[in-house]
Design a binder for this molecule. Structure first.
Ligand code: FE2
Length: 465
């Protein structure tokens, strides 16, 4: 008996072939089993929130790079009882002489909350690769901390970054920070991809939760620079409370060296560290053509000299590629606008947060689509960045456990667990990325890949993971 192909069977078979052609390359969705316990904030009487002893003692101490090349450090802290001294006394480890610098003091109000006295002081003309001690709170209960400046800029200078996002102040946040601190590969600077305290989840955006977060994170932020990216939980836009100045608590508390990169706003800027050029962008500021952010980035990208800083890293809060249902396609408009530049300038990696999970993509781009040509699927692209979502710091909103199915081809690995990542730059061609989930031991790597530099080693497609 001859078989006659009915049109229905043909079209079903055709659909199956089409489907498998589209999705056969999908990566790994981790089957790791974790308990879905509720993520709750640590109560205010937790030990991690303890105020330092002594009258007007400095608290919430944090530092960030204070210039474009790593020879300055902005030191920030809060005093509660009175303004106190705005002086920082600092000295290098092998020096017998002390230096002093004068900072500024600012305060703000938010609804029924009045901040403490927020100090910012930029220590400039520092030596590279040098350990400095610094003392603050001079007149009353002074406290001393230390940091090490990054090495000089150079193409083969190794450097280790920590990656943390959406941290918050839950019990899980504390585990994430501990795992970062205890990781045997020691991060020297944290690239923080936004969403800090989640104070805005409290009634009236209870800003005491900004203070408690500052005390919680001090054990890391006082000793190594955290590079800040603004997230949606930094907006604190609440017209119902009479608060219409976006980013008000954030900008008062966290300063960044945006003017050093000729930016006009603290929400987008760049810095150089060792062999890396880091560009921080704002998902919550205008970025369309003719906007200040767009104009800045257009001028900024050609300035990157890959023979000086081979590694080009971009930070955004909202991921441009995300296969979770949570915040699905929220980064699409920025992707459409900036992705062609990321490919043209061979950005190595884009780190983002926002989605409370981990995801790593293939090297893909989707810049061929022009509305009429139907080329709207991502394709493998040697010049495109890897996109990594690291929004799994552990905040009270919980994990993003719902994923789009099937896993799209652009997604190489995804898992909804809390954790942090490390980017360990070895030289101009190689860097090792590792992701560490909180349930594992400190040395365990749950996902990893070797990065081969886009400018110096751009011939590795399919061999990168
Ligand atoms: Fe977010």
């Amino acid at each position: 008996m001859s078989v006659r192909w009915c049109p229905v069977i043909v079209s079903v078979l055709g659909l199956l072939v089409f489907e498998s052609a589209l999705f056969v390359d999908g990566g790994t969705t981790s089957s790791f089993v974790r308990k879905y316990e509720k993520t709750i904030d640590m109560p205010l009487d937790s030990d991690v929130f303890t105020e330092p002893p002594g009258y007007n003692a400095p608290q919430q101490v944090h530092i960030t790079q204070g210039d474009h090349v790593g020879k300055a450090m902005i030191v920030s802290w809060v005093t509660m009882e009175e303004p106190g001294s705005d002086t920082v006394v600092y000295w290098s480890e092998d020096s017998s002489s002390q230096n002093t610098a004068e900072g500024i003091i600012t305060t703000y109000t938010y609804y029924d909350y009045t901040s403490g006295f927020i100090h910012h002081c930029n220590l400039t003309d520092l030596e590279h690769d040098t350990k400095y001690y610094y003392e603050i709170g001079i007149e009353h209960a002074s406290r001393t901390f230390w940091f090490t400046t990054p090495p000089p800029i150079g193409p083969d200078v190794p450097f280790t970054f920590g990656l943390i996002g959406d941290l918050g102040q839950s019990f899980d946040s504390n585990i994430t920070l501990t795992h970062y601190e205890m990781n045997p590969t020691k991060g020297k600077t944290v690239l923080f991809v936004g969403d800090i305290s989640y104070a805005d989840n409290y009634p009236y955006h209870d800003n005491t939760r900004w203070d408690s977060w500052g005390r919680f994170a001090e054990r890391s932020t006082a000793y190594q620079p955290w590079i800040w990216t603004a997230g949606n939980h930094e907006l604190d836009f609440a017209p119902e409370l009479g608060e219409t100045e976006p980013f008000k608590p954030y900008t008062h508390r966290y300063q960044v060296p945006f003017e050093a990169s000729e930016s006009t706003s603290p929400f987008w800027y760049s810095i150089k560290i060792a062999s890396a050029y880091i560009i921080v962008l704002s998902s919550y500021s205008a970025y369309g053509k003719y906007t200040p952010q767009h104009e800045w980035l257009e001028k900024e990208l050609p300035k990157v000299d890959r023979s000086e800083t081979p590694w080009l890293i971009v930070m955004t809060h909202t991921p441009l590629y995300n296969s979770y249902i949570y915040h699905y396609m929220e980064g699409e408009s920025m992707r459409v606008i900036f992705e062609p530049w990321f490919v043209k300038y061979k950005v190595d990696v884009v780190f983002s947060g926002h989605v409370h999970a981990y995801e790593r993509t293939e090297r893909i781009s989707n810049i061929g689509y022009d509305v009429v040509n139907s080329k709207c699927d991502p394709i493998k692209d040697d010049s495109a960045p890897i996109y990594i979502t690291i929004g799994d710091g552990g905040n009270l909103e919980g994990l993003a456990i719902n994923m789009t199915e099937p896993q799209p081809m652009y997604s190489a690995f995804r898992e909804a667990s809390y954790g942090h990542a490390i980017l360990d730059i070895k030289n101009r061609t190689h860097a090792y990325h590792s992701w560490h989930r909180n349930q594992d031991g400190y040395a365990v790597t749950a996902d990893s890949m070797w990065f081969y530099n886009r400018y110096w080693y751009n011939h590795d497609l399919h061999a990168s993971s």
